[in-house]
Design a binder for this molecule. Structure first.
Ligand code: NAD
Length: 419
């Protein structure tokens, strides 16, 4: 099935329409409100490059909904960053926070750039100027930023520093995912991948799938995919393939994950020949026979074109929006169990919430405390989505949407439409 290039904002709206069909008591006006973003900020700003030239970049911060709490969402640096992508990602953040029932709304930001071609100094200059431009609209009680594709704790530190300079005092609560030394939370770096594993383990149990020796395929080896690979491997699963943007490596007996990730760190790719496995393209990797497929790179990877050829039992979405609506239909028909992004990758926003709470209260929780709280929240959310999916006889994506969108709609109704 050829769907052409899928527009992410339309994909997110389509998901709302599907979930809304099962929420018959939601007033149409409320649904209409939550389909729209509240604020869309686009900034064009100059940056001094290392060769002395000045380049103008385009940055975004889209604030979808703050009915249940301050806006919250990551910042990505990517050549394809654009407004429609930000809209969809902001919306998914809103539902995600509602599915795990934490008091945040949804936002997303980013800068259109290729960080692989920029020096560290250029990245710092760009991050600081982007932060400066959007700073009137963000804040620890208004909109809290976090890492996403190609941003990391160092980038969060620059954002925190720039925002703090503007305010005249230190404001650690403006970002989550920052270094521990600056008020970051224990466990935040691993939170999304670890959360994905917690949800996958629970789902596997209900599916009668033993994780020990289960064959796992992971697309993307960054924060989410790399952490997930380590955690699955530590739990006794066989990670048989992993990739990055340049391609991946495959061994049907299972990869030595620690060695593969070390090799990637050393050579910036998996294809240097040092890993015991065969080179594989990202397209081929998705079609490998396995028990669990974890798309953890970018959106639009499982489409109407390849969904019919997938050979996995279960998909656990690490990335946001990796599966198109046409693919969803095919997967449902083929009985492939899918744990949607707004549930599977919610571990990051949950521990971000813990970090924000610790910053506001000036407390420091232990790693064990964080893990136990994370496990409890994600297990409850999984159970709620699963129960809804069984009760309404819908797939897990629709059920998660019903839960998240339903909570935001209810909060909107309670607050009322002003004036
Ligand atoms: P990252 O930048 O740390 O890693 C991204 C990985 O994907 C890298 O290995 C990169 O090489 C690979 N990649 C990029 N483009 C690719 C392509 N076209 N084909 C194959 N691989 C490609 O980013 P991350 O933080 O791990 O985020 C990955 C996904 O997870 C994104 O969709 C992000 O929105 C989502 N997510 C991240 C977090 C978080 O806490 N970091 C939380 C929730 C969701």
């Amino acid at each position: 099935m050829n769907e052409g290039k899928v527009n992410l904002a339309q994909m997110a709206l389509r998901q709302i329409e599907i979930a809304a069909k099962y929420l018959p008591h939601t007033e149409p006006g409320i649904l209409e409100k939550i389909k729209h973003t509240k604020r869309e900020i686009i900034v064009h700003f100059p940056v001094k490059m290392d060769d002395g030239s000045v380049r103008v970049f385009t940055g975004y911060r889209v604030q979808h909904n703050d009915t249940r709490g301050p806006f919250k969402g990551g910042v990505r640096f990517h050549p394809d960053a654009h407004l429609d992508e930000m809209r969809a990602l902001a919306m998914w953040m809103t539902w995600k926070a509602a599915v795990v029932n934490i008091p945040f709304g949804g936002a997303k930001g980013g800068v259109e750039c290729d960080p692989r071609t920029m020096t560290s100094q250029e990245l710092e200059n760009m991050t600081r100027r982007y932060t400066w431009e959007i700073s009137p609209f963000i804040g620890p009680e208004a909109d809290i930023l976090a890492p996403d594709v190609s941003t990391n704790p160092q980038v969060m530190a620059w954002i925190m520093d720039t925002y703090s300079i503007r305010k005249g005092y230190s404001v650690p609560g403006i970002v989550t995912g920052k270094p521990l030394e600056l008020g970051g939370s224990r466990g935040r770096f691993r939170a999304t991948g670890l959360g994905l594993f917690i949800v996958a383990e629970r789902a596997a149990r209900f599916q009668g799938l033993a994780l020990k020796d289960a064959r796992v395929v992971i697309q993307g080896a960054g924060n989410v995919g790399g952490t997930a690979a380590r955690v699955f491997s530590d739990a006794g699963a066989k990670v048989i393939a992993i990739s990055d943007i340049n391609g991946g490596v495959y061994n049907h007996r299972g990869l030595d994950v620690a060695k593969a990730l070390q090799c990637k760190r050393n050579n910036n790719c998996f294809t240097s020949g040092e890993i015991d496995g065969d080179e594989i393209s990202n397209e081929e990797l998705l079609l490998l026979e396995c028990d669990i497929l974890v798309p953890a790179a970018i959106e639009n990877q499982i489409t109407g074109e390849n969904a019919g050829a997938l050979r996995c039992r279960m998909i656990v979405e690490g990335a946001n929006g990796p599966t198109t609506p046409a693919a969803d239909t095919v997967l449902r028909e083929r009985n492939i169990y899918l744990i949607p992004d707004i549930l599977a990758n919610a571990g990051g926003v949950v521990v971000s919430y813990f970090e924000w709470v610790q910053n506001l209260q000036e407390l420091l929780w232990s790693e064990e405390e964080i893990y136990q709280r994370l496990k409890k929240i994600l297990s409850n959310a999984f159970d709620e989505v699963k129960a809804l999916s069984e009760r309404e006889k819908v797939d897990m994506r629709t059920a998660a949407g019903m839960l998240g969108i339903g909570r935001v709609a209810e909060a909107t109704k309670l607050r009322g439409i002003f004036p």
